[in-house]
Write a protein that binds this ligand. Structure first.
Ligand SMILES: Nc1nc2c(c(=O)[nH]1)N[C@H]1C(S)=C(S)[C@@H](COP(=O)(O)OP(=O)(O)OC[C@H]3O[C@@H](n4cnc5c(=O)[nH]c(N)nc54)[C@H](O)[C@@H]3O)O[C@H]1N2
Ligand SMILES: Nc1nc2c(c(=O)[nH]1)N[C@H]1C(S)=C(S)[C@@H](COP(=O)(O)OP(=O)(O)OC[C@H]3O[C@@H](n4cnc5c(=O)[nH]c(N)nc54)[C@H](O)[C@@H]3O)O[C@H]1N2
Ligand code: SF4
Ligand SMILES: [Mo]
Length: 905
């Protein structure tokens, strides 16, 4: 078939960029930004622009697999058998144990139509509110924040507001990594209007700080104290909008009483910032013509997440900075359809159309619309509670879709116990490689990005049509189709002889039923349809019937969707984070995102070039901490919390404050033995029930693991991964990653206290293809050292160093450059890091900074050394000229050589 272009959206973050998919109907060949899409106007970041390189078919779930007994292996089956089996297990469980003995755990990466299907299935047919999503880990504090302060869960702003604002406060958000295209828009706006003030509030100095006029590196968890301290100053200086407060708000007197105690001295001390910084911040907030705040997981993922959200919104209400261009509290959504989940009511406490499950009137409205007698009035379980109930045996059948809880939930030991104990786990997944997959009794292959049709809503309330470009591989089906097929089979057990509630043939039909549940409500989008979006482009809700365009900004009239139309000041006191560092666990572990990886890496982890920027799991510590613990960069340590331990190397990082440590959230058990969430805590916010994924108290314990392993094997990365990962269980430390670009390879780094038995090395060599052919071999049995290098057609294609791994960087470099010199043979006998005179080595410093143009960190530093500025680097090296994701980092390197970084505390 000829090449075709299909306009769709990116499946990663909540910016919701439009992409043009180039394909031949079967395979996706390329992606580019959609110039017509109002979120990105043609731009894409490093993740979006590499979408076509991800999703290796060898990693995909291609056909249903069923296990008929816990001790048995899963085997391939057909869709009829799979779904009939699921329906009969669910029907039996419901009959024996009631509707709350089953649960659905779904995802902000589902499409609106998928979400709606699941909701109707759970509430109307099964009769349970046990349906929650991974948005509980992500957006639920923002939902509570908006509802408590403003009356409805509606982010009032537009992306344009970022560009027109005079003061942008970015709190607990590393937009440079997590919402890159939006960050590009902000960068451009600031270069056009340099007088725009940018404040970043983050314990770490991130790439986002590159744009900051002021960076407040506050103590983790101290945001509420900071916001109250700012309000204290706004009131003191009379930088508040009395008319707005009087006409449109209530509750200020109580809040005034509270913040009186948050004196600048106390707040500066609590947050560990200077008085000047606090005052500067309050002045810009209070005196700028327009003030916009942007926030993300640094606020939401907290035991004080709801309080943090409302304390920030308080600042907007006090200054009247809402409902105007360039102003407002703007929560950035993480997942591509986190918003759609909230709209369709896909948290256990919600119902479709911004309704509440606990509200009898709301239940009645939805039940009537669906034509069922009633909706369940029991309280549904939220993610953490849900998995607790699975573990305790109360939940007997669990349906998981489009999320990987065995990687992403906190306190993994408990989560894995729960999944292990659950009598029936269904997993609806696009990739069969995830940490959760081994726990599935029934694995249902889902169509993924580019293979399905529906809608998503981005951070600015804009609904886009996600269009299908190619056919799904194997027997994979769209999520809504799987869910509805199951629902119709379950109906035969539960409502025999009645007309089906699930008679939809297309995603467009589902949308048309769903949208009427929004009619007359704050988010009214009932004027839209798939066809209309195709005609007039993506639109922002509300979009009531008859509208000709969406709504860019809410609350311009100052009337809020509360009982009396007034917004509410919230007077929550500051509470310290649940788990403080102490004498036993003296470090605060912060977790967060990397630029080029997405969550558990089921997709991004299949593209070797996305490992170029950060190649393996390492713990970042301030250089002072390394000195304090007498650790060399790269040294292995055991990182321990009250819940578990993980072994990994350390790296010095000046951007992390002393007393803190940073670990990316992406490394699950597949890539790093144990996985990061073995350490994190399940404590959650009392209102939003969102868990504290950002902070845990940890300590560093030394480990003695002198026997080390390094292995590299080119080609068939997924097959090698699948065969080698189980063998790595034998080692205390095991880290897997990909390397290379055109010729990808799997890399393994491992270590243990003593040499493993010979059989294990033999098995590993077999997987690496080192048992036969042209293999250079060196063995020193007495010292348990063994080296193998396989050469094919003059190129290295596999390496295994055991016992001692000094030359790993040099060898990896030879592999990458396709060199296999005579030196290699001689070197094999010597325990050297590289032959004398051959300095080229992939050190940890030589990462790929610019992924689009494959420009290394070292090349950029060398360019800076030659006196090049940003323009010169762009021209000479090409870096930063495409997606722009690396520009903040290049600027920081430039700044670091030019002068001490000025704005940072
Ligand atoms: N590259 C990439 N982009 C993504 C994703 C991804 O996996 N990879 N995931 C998407 C999703 S689902 C989400 S939710 C978003 C998340 O987007 P962000 O929330 O921007 O990303 P994080 O790195 O999780 O956390 C943001 C920052 O919060 C800071 N922080 C930690 N504790 C505190 C605190 O107590 N107070 C304050 N003020 N800050 C604190 C951290 O240091 C971190 O820099 O990203 C989305 N975009
Ligand atoms: N320590 C720590 N943990 C965190 C966080 C943190 O900051 N720190 N952040 C939390 C946040 S904000 C989030 S949002 C979560 C994310 O956590 P998860 O939801 O577990 O993240 P993903 O890895 O994106 O999981 C989505 C899964 O859906 C699969 N998939 C992709 N496309 C499709 C499809 O079309 N259909 C189906 N059925 N499946 C598909 C993917 O292969 C993947 O396994 O992680 C949370 N966990
Ligand atoms: S900013 Fe990047 S990851 Fe987010 S939607 Fe756009 S291209 Fe995708
Ligand atoms: Mo998220």
């Amino acid at each position: 078939m000829d090449h075709q272009i299909t306009a769709s959206t990116c499946c990663y973050c909540g910016v919701g960029c439009g992409v043009l998919i180039e394909h031949d109907g079967e395979r996706i060949l390329g992606v580019s930004g959609d110039p017509a899409h109002p979120a990105n106007f043609g731009k894409l970041c490093s993740k979006g622009s590499t979408l076509h390189l991800t999703g290796d078919l060898a990693a995909r779930a291609l056909y249903p697999e069923l296990r008929l007994g816990k001790s048995l292996a899963r085997s391939r089956t057909d869709w009829d058998t799979a779904l009939d089996h699921a329906a009969s297990v669910f029907a039996r469980t419901l009959a024996e144990h009631g509707p709350d003995s089953v649960a659905f755990y779904i995802s902000g990466q589902l499409l609106t139509e998928d979400y709606y299907s699941f909701n109707k299935l759970a509430r109307a047919l099964v009769g349970t509110n046990n349906i929650d999503s991974n948005s509980r880990l992500c957006m639920s504090s923002a939902v509570v924040g908006y509802k408590r302060s403003l009356g409805a869960d509606a982010p009032p702003c537009s992306y344009e507001d970022l560009e027109s604002s005079d003061c942008v406060m970015i709190v607990g958000s590393n937009m440079a990594y997590a919402h890159p295209v939006l960050f590009r828009r902000l960068e451009e706006a600031k270069s056009r209007r340099p007088q725009m003030k940018v404040i970043v509030i983050d314990p770490r100095r991130t790439d986002t700080c590159d744009l900051a006029d002021l960076h407040l590196a506050i103590q983790p968890g101290s945001d509420v104290a900071l916001f109250h301290g700012i309000l204290h100053l706004l009131l003191w200086e009379d930088w508040v909008d009395h008319d707005f407060i009087k006409a449109h708000t209530q509750g200020l007197p109580e809040l005034e009483n509270l913040v009186r105690d948050y004196t600048p001295q106390m707040v500066a001390q609590l947050c560990a910032i200077s008085l000047e910084q606090l005052q500067q911040c309050a002045q810009w907030v209070g005196t700028s013509a327009s003030f916009l705040s942007l926030w993300c997981m640094g606020l939401n993922q907290s035991t004080a997440g709801s309080a943090k959200n409302s304390a920030l919104i308080n600042l907007h209400l006090a200054t009247g900075q809402i409902g105007r261009p360039g102003a407002g509290p703007f929560s950035l959504t993480g997942q591509p359809n986190a918003m759609g989940g909230r709209e369709t009511g896909s948290l256990s406490n919600l119902l479709p159309g911004h309704r509440d499950a606990a509200n009898a009137e709301h239940r009645e409205e939805v039940a009537t619309y669906w034509g069922v007698e009633q909706l369940p009035n029991s309280t549904g379980l939220t993610a953490i509670e849900l998995f607790e109930q699975v573990r305790s045996g109360r939940i007997k059948a669990l349906w998981i879709a489009c999320t990987n809880p065995a990687q992403s939930l906190p306190d993994q030991t408990a989560v894995r116990e729960a999944l292990q104990a659950c009598p029936f786990v269904v997993l609806q997944e696009a990739f069969r490689t995830t940490e959760t997959a081994p726990f599935a009794d029934l694995l249902l292959p889902a169509a993924s990005w580019g293979e399905k049709d529906g809608t998503v809503t981005n951070s600015e309330r804009r609904i886009s049509h996600v269009r299908q470009a190619v056919v799904a591989p194997g027997e994979a089906r769209p999520d809504w189709a799987i869910t509805l097929d199951f629902a119709r089979r379950l109906e035969k057990h539960l409502r025999p002889q009645q007309a089906s509630l699930f008679a939809f043939d297309t995603a467009a039909q589902i949308f048309d039923e769903y949208k009427l549940l929004t009619q007359g409500r704050d988010l009214d989008l009932s004027g839209l349809s798939h066809a209309l979006i195709d005609q007039i482009g993506p639109q922002q809700w509300p979009f009531p019937p008859g509208a000709s365009q969406g709504t860019a900004r809410l609350y311009g009239h100052g009337i809020f969707p509360t009982d009396n139309g007034r917004a509410q000041f919230i007077a929550d006191p500051y509470c310290a984070a649940k788990e403080q560092r102490d004498a036993r666990f003296p470090l605060t572990l912060i977790t967060g995102r990397l630029r080029d990886q997405w969550h558990g890496m089921s997709r991004t982890g299949t593209a070797a070039q996305l490992f170029g920027h950060v190649s393996e799991a390492v713990l970042s510590l301030h250089p002072d901490e390394l000195r304090r613990y007498r650790l060399q960069p790269g040294a292995l340590i055991s990182l321990e919390s009250r819940r578990g331990a993980v072994i990994l190397p350390v790296t010095p990082d000046e951007n992390v404050r002393p007393g803190q440590a940073f670990l990316p959230m992406h490394w699950g058990d597949r890539f790093l033995k144990g996985g990061v969430n073995t350490l994190t805590q399940p404590a959650f916010d009392p209102l939003s029930k969102q868990p504290e994924l950002k902070h845990s108290a940890v300590r560093i314990e030394p480990v003695e693991l002198p026997w080390q392993l390094f292995a590299l094997v080119e080609g068939d990365v997924q097959q090698h991964f699948e065969r080698l990962r189980p063998l790595c269980e034998e080692f205390s430390y095991a880290s897997l990653s990909l390397a290379g670009r055109e010729r990808p390879a799997l890399l393994i780094r491992a270590a243990s206290a003593s040499a493993p038995d010979r059989q294990l090395l033999h098995d590993i060599d077999q997987c690496l293809g080192l048992e036969a052919g042209a293999v250079l071999t060196y063995d020193d049995e007495r010292r348990s050292i063994g080296k193998r290098v396989r050469i094919d057609n003059g190129r290295i294609i596999a390496i295994r160093l055991a016992g001692e791994t000094l030359a790993q960087h040099w060898l990896q470099n030879l592999w990458l450059e396709g060199r296999a010199t005579e030196q290699l043979r001689r070197w094999m006998l010597a325990p050297l890091s590289a032959p004398p005179g051959d300095g080229a080595a992939i050190g940890p410093g030589n990462k790929t900074l610019c992924n689009c143009r494959n420009v290394s960190h070292n090349a950029v530093c060398a360019g800076i050394g030659r006196g090049l500025d940003l323009q010169g680097l762009k021209q000479e090296l090409g870096c930063g000229t495409q997606c722009g994701s690396c520009v903040p980092e290049i600027k920081r390197l430039l700044a670091a050589t030019a002068r001490p970084i000025a704005v940072i505390s």
